[in-house]
Design a protein around this ligand. Sequence first.
Ligand SMILES: Cc1cc2nc3c(=O)[nH]c(=O)nc-3n(C[C@H](O)[C@H](O)[C@H](O)COP(=O)(O)O)c2cc1C
Length: 146
Amino acid sequence: MDIVKLDLAKPELKLFGISASPRIAATDWIVRAGLRYATDNWGAKTRYFSAHGKKINFCIHCDHCIKEGECIHNDAMNEVYSGFEWADAILIGTPVYQGTLSGQAKVIMDRMRAFVASNPHALRGKLGAAVADGGDRIGARYQVNT
Ligand SMILES: Cc1cc2nc3c(=O)[nH]c(=O)nc-3n(C[C@H](O)[C@H](O)[C@H](O)COP(=O)(O)O)c2cc1C
């Protein structure tokens, strides 16, 4: 597997932040803080998407994306697809729900199938990072090996 390193010296690093919380609260704050850090310290350009108030349909496994290269749904995921296309790096934040990611985060991840179906190399070279915030059991139970 290739190891992708973030080139902080690159002019105008493009960072896309996603908050997969239905609220404007902790996750929103954390992801925005990450974007602000990247701007202040690395001169990054940033874009932000919050799931708050957004209509995002479930993946219905119709395979339209596999056959036609685009999702059958026309909803707020278009903004997410556009952000992924634009970005060099992506930061996804999720609140912890029942020891795992939020439903919104899961749906966003499922719907990314269409993004990759449109171009199997669409994520190549992009760096991803994730943050999870919880209220009591303090975070999710999964480990991500990068
Ligand atoms: C349905 C639901 C399930 C939750 N499950 C957990 C959990 O398993 N562990 C935990 O630490 N916090 C849990 N919480 C608390 C949230 O993760 C926590 O309040 C989080 O900071 C909310 O993020 P937000 O302010 O961006 O919405 C849960 C909250 C909800 C609504």
